[in-house]
Every structure is written in structure tokens, then in C-alpha cells.
Design a protein around this ligand. Structure first.
Ligand SMILES: Cc1cc2nc3c(=O)[nH]c(=O)nc-3n(C[C@H](O)[C@H](O)[C@H](O)COP(=O)(O)OP(=O)(O)OC[C@H]3O[C@@H](n4cnc5c(N)ncnc54)[C@H](O)[C@@H]3O)c2cc1C
Length: 409
């Protein structure tokens, strides 16, 4: 009898009437990437979508870089791309030809503007500036409280770390490193940069405060984004980042403060943790950093957002529950990430030496695929053979034995 009632027509009729089909909380990288993919998919064109953010999203608060083969979904928004990256562990420059990959840069303001303009043309999509205070499940749908108003939807895609998530993130016994950085977009008076080559990681800087490196991404012979990055537990005060950037430009690019103008600044803190963020709870699907899509051992998130939002949209088209990130592959890479965090947090080997060993022994393409969670077991073994077994095997074994305690989801 129950089965007879569960025909597709009846399921449709029994569905709770909601204000929207989908609500997206947070119009950042994950929220907008999902929105763009929903809007592009013909079977989802009639879905009503509400996207909420507490900010206007009218400044260039992020510069996202990622590598990709060929023409990607966001290609039209790419500001600049490189096929040669340079790596420095010591004085010697190691050039890395990453073709067929390109290292691509997207400026967040271009991304926000593009999405906002597209939304204006769609009557089914509503973009509101409002602060979200609560997200909860309600029977077979979910609701969001924002600026005192209640909105219901079949699914809520949430990219905001609300209070209880922030709290539990600090409560469990996982590794927590912070990737924190400050960047300047500078313009020099004289041509100095080669815009065909980007400095991917420059570890020549001091390592005494934990792993530290600089990247420098030139978009012309006079313009570049230069960022000073740390992987450690302690943030610096703002003036210290400025001093480090100034000293780096002086020492390695012979640039005095009068030789350049700072056009823009960017600061960021990205969690590097094996804490298992909750992926979903009934009709609430967590996305982006809030969904655990940041790679724990590198902080890279952008391409994971692209892959996961694509699979969410594929599930929505097939009217399936849109859950991401399950299975053996996810568990395998979680183990590798936890192993690397174990080595770094316990100071068993410096990040500079780990990356130096990897880039001197493996093709850059294999390393990039590994960082993308795309290598097969054979390639994983090659990567693992590049780093000292006496350090990494005990760390991996420890994580294998203790990870089940940490993985609550
Ligand atoms: C400066 C910076 C640069 C980065 N560069 C790279 C990179 O080059 N490559 C890479 O792979 N990763 C990078 N990352 C990591 C990651 O890709 C970004 O953090 C990315 O923006 C994460 O997307 P998200 O949607 O999860 O979060 P966000 O983009 O931060 O979006 C969350 C949104 O939620 C909104 N919000 C928060 N609280 C509320 C609330 N209560 N109510 C309503 N709205 C709210 C915020 O305003 C924001 O718009 C960078 C991170 C930072 C901080």
C-alpha cells in the first residue's frame, strides 16, 4: 500500500509548498558557482532561487588561482593564465612546464559582477542583501532566517559557517593549521616582470615562524600580484606582513618602495584542518569551505568548488538528493591530507623540503593531479616514494588508526 502511494505524481503532490525551490546562503565563490550552473542547465531554468549575502559583493576581495586543462566553465572570466611556473626551495630556480595545464587567475569582482548581471535577466532568481542568522530543516524542506524574515525551500545550499559549526570546529581533536597571507597588486615604474612566468612557490624566505613562501603572479611586465603566505597556528599583525612583502621585493626583485605603487591589497585566512565538516543534513547541503571542500593540506578550494557544484547540479537535474564527496577516493585523499598535516604540525619535516623533494622527483603534472585528488593508486605510490618513508609511513599509519575517531560524519 505504501509503495502504491509513492508514485512520482503523489510524491510531487505531497511535497510541502515552499517559497523557493532552492535557497543559496552566501554569494561567495561556492554560492555563485552553484547559481551559475543552475542557471545554465535547461531542466532547472524554471526553478525559483533565492541567493542571500550580508555584503554587497562589490569589491575585489579575492583573487582565485587554479590549474586546469583546456577551456573551463569560467574561462570567459579568466583574467590571466600561465603555462610556466617557477619553484624555489633555495637559490636555484626550478622551472615547471605545466602544459597541458594552465595556471589561471580570476578576480572575484569580475565573477560577482558577471553573476549579478546575469541574475538581473532572470525573473526566477532573486538576489538579496541580508544577514542569515538561522538555517534549519522543517519536515521535508528547510528554512532560512535572514534579517528577521523566514524563507522556505526544498533545498538550502549553505556556504556560511554559522555559530555551532564554528564552535565544533574548535572543539574536536583534529589538526588545525591556518594558511594566512597578505597580497599586494603592485605596478612598477620600470618593466621588470616576465608575464609568461609565474612564481608558484618561493621558499627562499625565512622558515622560522613555520612554513612560509611567496608567490608572484605577473600580469604584465610592470604589474604583479605578490603574496606572502604562512602555514602555521599564529596570525601576524598586519604591519608584519607589509614589512615581509617590502623586504621580499627589495631582496629578490631589487625594488625599493619608491619603485612601485600598491594598487590593491588582499588578505586571507584559510583553515587547513582534517576536521570533518558536515556535508549535509536532510534538506540543508553545505557547500564551499563550510562543506569541507577546502583541501586540508594545501588550502586550495576553487577547483573543488567547481567539481562539487557540477555534481550537485547533475544530481538536481536527475532529481536525486544532491550529496557530494563520498566514497573510497574521498577517504583516501583525507588520509593523505591528515598525514601531511601530522608531519607539518609535529614539525617532522619542513614544508619547503617536502615540496622540494616532490618537485625534483616528479613531473609537475602528476603533483598537480595529486593536489586535485585525481591521482590513481599507482601515481599515489610514486608521490609517496618521493618523500622519506621513515617520516611519512608512521604518520600515515597513525592517521589510519586514529582517523575513524575523528571522522564523526
Ligand atoms: C583572499 C583569499 C584568496 C583565496 N585564493 C584562493 C586561490 O587562489 N585558490 C583556491 O583554490 N582557493 C583560494 N582561496 C580559498 C577559497 O577558494 C575561498 O575562500 C573561496 O572564496 C571559498 O568559497 P566559499 O563560497 O566557501 O566562501 P566565500 O567565498 O567566503 O563565501 C561565503 C559568503 O558568505 C557570506 N556570509 C558570511 N556570513 C554571512 C551571513 N551570516 N549572512 C549572509 N551572508 C554571509 C560572505 O559575505 C561571503 O560572500 C582563497 C581564500 C581567500 C580568503
Amino acid at each position: 500500500m505504501t509503495d502504491l502511494l509513492n508514485t512520482p505524481q503523489n510524491i510531487q503532490q505531497n511535497k510541502q509548498v515552499t517559497d523557493y525551490d532552492y535557497i543559496i546562503t552566501g554569494a561567495g565563490c561556492a554560492g555563485i558557482s552553484l547559481l551559475l550552473r543552475i542557471m545554465k542547465e535547461p531542466p532547472l531554468r524554471n526553478k525559483t532561487v533565492l541567493i542571500l549575502d550580508s555584503k554587497m559583493k562589490d569589491n575585489n576581495d579575492h583573487t582565485w588561482c587554479y590549474w586546469e586543462e583546456g577551456y573551463g566553465f569560467l574561462e570567459h572570466l579568466v583574467h590571466y593564465r600561465w603555462q610556466q611556473l617557477n619553484f624555489y626551495a633555495d637559490k636555484t630556480k626550478q622551472p615547471l612546464d605545466i602544459s597541458p595545464y594552465s595556471y589561471k587567475m580570476i578576480r572575484s569582482l569580475d565573477f560577482y559582477d558577471y553573476a549579478k548581471n546575469l541574475t538581473l535577466k532572470r525573473t526566477k532568481v532573486t538576489w538579496k542583501k541580508a544577514t542569515v542568522t538561522e538555517i534549519s530543516n522543517l519536515n521535508d524542506c528547510a528554512y532560512v532566517m535572514a534579517d528577521g524574515n523566514k524563507h522556505t525551500a526544498q533545498y538550502v545550499f549553505n556556504s556560511i559557517l554559522l555559530n555551532e559549526d564554528k564552535y565544533s570546529f574548535h572543539e574536536d581533536n583534529c589538526y588545525k593549521l591556518l594558511q594566512h597571507f597578505k597580497g599586494w597588486t603592485i605596478e612598477t615604474k620600470q618593466p621588470i616582470f616576465n608575464p609568461d612566468e609565474a612564481t608558484f612557490m618561493d621558499f627562499r624566505v625565512g622558515q622560522e615562524k613555520g612554513a612560509a613562501f611567496v608567490y608572484l603572479l605577473p600580469t604584465s611586465d610592470t604589474k604583479a600580484l605578490v603574496e606572502y603566505t604562512f602555514f602555521n597556528e599564529e596570525l601576524l599583525d598586519r604591519s608584519s606582513y607589509n614589512l615581509l612583502l617590502k623586504n621580499y621585493l627589495e631582496k629578490y626583485w631589487k625594488l625599493q618602495v619608491d619603485d612601485y605603487t600598491i594598487l590593491e591589497t588582499e588578505i586571507g585566512i584559510i583553515p587547513m584542518t582534517n576536521h570533518q565538516f558536515r556535508s549535509h543534513q536532510d534538506s540543508i547541503i553545505n557547500i564551499g569551505t563550510a562543506g569541507g571542500w577546502t583541501k586540508a593540506s594545501s588550502g586550495f578550494t576553487f577547483q573543488f568548488i567547481q567539481k562539487n557544484t557540477a555534481s550537485i547540479v547533475a544530481a538536481l537535474v536527475e532529481e536525486k538528493h544532491p550529496v557530494t564527496g563520498k566514497g573510497f577516493s574521498k577517504r583516501k585523499f583525507n588520509l593523505y591530507d591528515a598525514t601531511l598535516l601530522n608531519v607539518l604540525v609535529n614539525k617532522k619535516m619542513e614544508a619547503r623540503d617536502i615540496f622540494h623533494k616532490l618537485f625534483s622527483k616528479q613531473k609537475p603534472q602528476t603533483i598537480l593531479r595529486f593536489l586535485d585528488n585525481e591521482t590513481n593508486l599507482w601515481e599515489d605510490l610514486k608521490i609517496l616514494a618521493s618523500v622519506p618513508a621513515s617520516i611519512f609511513l608512521p604518520a600515515a599509519l597513525h592517521e589510519l588508526l586514529f582517523s575513524s575517531k575523528k571522522n564523526k560524519d
